[in-house]
Design a protein around this ligand. Structure first.
Ligand code: PRX
Length: 648
């Protein structure tokens, strides 16, 4: 029997203690809004809400709009007030091996001090604060402090370049940047502050008044007097008293940039009450969190949505104890993650399929050396998990019995939307299975007809949900156009999907020009515009090709400006230069795996590049239908070139 056909019913022992119950589905179906209102009441409201959903100005939704709350109070103070101040909130493990623990009382105190420091720097409710940090406790403290004072954070992943950083700071007009001298990654100190300095240089990012700098690696950094501020002084000397003020449920909480189908990243906007409701609800039910005894670890960086919802907000709102690890999984060796699970007795572990496939390739001897008996629940996110990787994950990390929750969601959805519930759902490797209680999804054909079981189509969400994005920062038209224009009144996710014969959902990958590389979202257009910004490149087309480990890999087809290359000296290593250039423009994660030099690109008569054909080439398949090409001989030349070994 192939792995796709396996079914794993929950064990009786697991089901007996499970947080989630099958009755949740019926309850939510009977009264969807009442169901979400009930979940929202698990939070502390300074002013309770009386309205649940206002979708009268669709697609702009308001949830719990007349209620008021403070996000950070919900994540911190209320646990201390409930007598759980001594519970560990964060077990921090630095890459070099240093470690530190913060209880809820300690974390609350640090966040209060940081909130006072932000106020002293002139940060007020509604101001935007950019955060560019390594995975250290201060990243969590900074995000919580920004939320506490009602400001709006925009976290930029530390792997993004100065160029990406500055365009995001400018788009959001951030007043403050919080960063660190550097962090430890891949066995060495990796600098961050120089990228901030570069992002703010030459009159760029004029909105930024201050840069708040955490010392982590103690490497030398340039210092701009009057602008740069030491975290250890500003936060270290701040008062520990800070009363959290209540903000409207729809007060903006954060902007997170993600790649779309154009060259310009979208600033996805999330607000407060609905977001926290769904982040907390899903974290508790999907991971079966028993906060008083579980040790939870999500390996995502705070630079991505998973790090927001399932490191900073969901777990803290639920009073969970969690591990935060700074570095990469291979330092000092590939056993590092498993040694961390053993050390902290991690019971719930959430990671991405690309990591699982990497470990699978390295061999089970590595995890088998560690005691992973503490694991009870495993999670997967970011891309489809292939059944083989699912089975390996369960066998070697989950002791052959831990339920695996394959969670489908997006930066835009804010929280998990489709996933099994451990202890309730009979698991099926490879499928994300069913919409969570309170979530409504459908699979449509191109004309918007609902498809039944077995037919692949486009995934839509048919009803608004609490953690849904509230818009694209500064661009309401793009918000409507991207998500709500394809199918009237329905949210178009950009993913292909199908229901199987048993009614379980299978995700089939993106249907637009968004790639998914190691669970990271990248746009073909963004990389193309980075490539053509180099003088060597006349034209570029980028496609995502299937890759065994990373899901997809970036393959770029470029037409070169020969005269420029000659001017630079004929021995220029074009591939290397262009890959470095993309790393500089966007970040190392966007470097093409392969650059293929071509004389022409396949285009339709109207000039549109036919990426489908390039994907055939990149994936080494027979070339599909070329009849709409302006010049049908182009593909012969391109594929002949590949066969001739132009691939690097
Ligand atoms: O294509 C889907 C894929 O990741 C996309 C969202 O990317 P991002 O906004 O960066 O968020 C990633 C973390 C939530 C989706 O449109 N995706 C995410 N999770 C899954 C998935 N594809 C299949 N199965 C999943 N579990």
């Amino acid at each position: 029997m192939s792995a796709e056909n396996y079914h794993f019913a929950p064990s009786e022992a697991f089901a007996r203690q499970a947080i989630a119950q099958a009755s949740l589905y019926a309850e939510a179906k009977a009264d969807r809004l009442g169901f979400w209102a009930k979940q929202a009441r698990e939070l502390y409201w300074h002013k309770p809400f009386t309205q649940t959903l206002d979708f009268s100005n669709a697609p702009f939704a308001k949830w719990f709009a007349d209620g008021k709350l403070n996000i950070s109070y919900n994540c911190l103070d209320r646990h201390v007030e409930a007598g759980n101040g001594d519970r560990t909130a964060i077990f921090f493990e630095g890459e070099p091996g240093d470690s530190k623990q913060l209880t809820y009382a300690e974390l609350t105190r640090e966040v209060k001090k940081a909130a006072n420091a932000l106020t002293a720097l002139g940060i007020k409710a509604g101001d935007r604060v950019a955060i560019y940090m390594p995975m250290i406790p201060e990243a969590v403290i900074a995000m919580q402090a920004v939320a506490r004072v009602g400001a709006v954070h925009s976290v930029i992943f530390g792997g993004f370049s100065a160029e990406s950083l500055s365009s995001r700071i400018e788009d959001a007009e951030a007043k403050l940047v919080i960063t660190a001298d550097g962090g430890y990654r891949k066995g060495k100190a990796s600098a961050l502050k120089p990228a901030v300095d570069e992002a703010l240089s030459a009159g760029k990012c004029a909105s930024v008044k201050n840069v708040l700098v955490v010392r982590r690696t103690n490497q030398d950094v340039d210092w701009v007097e009057g602008r740069d501020v030491e975290w250890r002084e500003a936060v270290g000397n701040a008062s520990e008293e800070h009363e959290a003020q209540a903000f409207d449920a729809e007060h903006p909480l954060f902007i997170l940039y993600t790649s779309g189908t154009t060259g310009k990243p979208k600033g996805i906007l999330h607000t407060s009450g609905g977001y926290l409701t769904q982040a907390a609800y899903t974290h508790k039910n999907v991971f079966d969190l028993h906060a008083e005894k579980d040790i939870y670890w999500c390996t995502a960086d705070v630079g991505w949505i998973t790090g927001h919802s399932y490191v900073v907000y969901g777990p803290l709102a639920n009073g969970a104890s969690q591990v935060i690890y700074e570095g990469t999984p291979d330092i000092p060796d590939w056993g590092r993650w498993w040694s961390i699970i053993e050390k902290y007795k991690v019971s719930i572990f959430y990671t991405a399929p690309t990591a699982i496939r990497t470990f699978m390739k390295l061999g089970s001897e590595i995890p088998d050396k560690y005691n992973l008996k503490s694991i009870r629940v495993l999670g997967s996110v970011g891309e489809p998990i292939n059944p083989e990787a699912w089975m390996w994950y369960r066998a070697h990390i989950g002791g052959g019995q831990a339920p695996i929750v394959d969670t489908w969601w997006q930066t835009e959805t804010g929280a998990i939307m489709v996933s099994p519930l451990p202890g309730v759902t009979t698991l099926k490797p490879g499928s994300a299975q069913v919409p969570l209680p309170g979530v409504s999804a459908a699979v449509l054909d191109d004309e918007g007809h609902e498809l039944g079981r077995g037919d692949p189509g486009l995934l839509v969400l048919t009803e608004p949900w609490p953690a849904m994005l509230r818009g694209i920062w500064g661009d309401p038209d793009r918000f409507k156009e991207t998500y709500w224009s394809k199918f009237e009144g329905k949210y178009f996710a950009g993913d292909g999907a199908k229901w199987d014969e048993e009614g379980d959902l299978w995700l089939l990958g993106r249907v637009d020009d968004v790639m998914n590389v190691s669970g990271h979202r990248l746009s073909t257009a963004e990389i193309e515009s980075a490539l053509v910004s180099h003088p060597f490149v006349a034209e570029a087309a980028v496609v995502g090709a299937k890759d065994e480990t990373t899901g997809q890999a970036i393959v770029a087809f470029v037409i070169l400006r020969q005269n420029q290359i000659e001017a630079a000296g004929n021995d220029a290593d074009v591939s290397k230069i262009l890959r470095e250039h993309v790393a500089k423009e966007i970040g190392p994660i966007a470097k093409p795996r392969t650059i293929i030099v071509v004389a022409e690109l396949p285009k339709t008569r109207s000039g549109k590049i036919m990426r489908r054909l390039l994907r055939d080439v990149a994936e080494d398949r027979p070339i599909g239908d070329v009849t709409t090409l302006a010049d049908t001989s182009v593909m012969d030349i391109i594929s002949g070139k590949i066969a001739g070994g132009a691939n690097d």
